[in-house]
Design a protein. Sequence first.
Length: 125
Amino acid sequence: MIDNITNNLYSLGRFLLGLYFLLPGLAKVFLFQENLDVVTLREVPLPTISLTLVAICQIVFGLFLMLGKYIQLSAIILAVVTLLINLYIHDFWNMSGELNQDHETQNFVKNLAILAGLLVLSKKS
């Protein structure tokens, strides 16, 4: 019985992590210009290509997590994407005195927790 509960919780957690990436990936597609403005402002290299690749990764690998397919590969790729997003977009250390610094610090730390979950999920069963 406990195994059944933990399996269901694992599936739910995996699904929610996938959803966490799928929705922002779709938002990047439907609000491409707004997201491109942010990426350009943050001086991400090759902004159009980078944003497109991130959106594709978030959608495809988020769906894979939700469906329970290619879990290890998806978790590793999304972990790399999350790390890059943290370094380029949530760079609170470059916002000395800005109003958004607290918000970006919170997003950075939240993404570290997501990254930790992905690293746990990437462990081969």
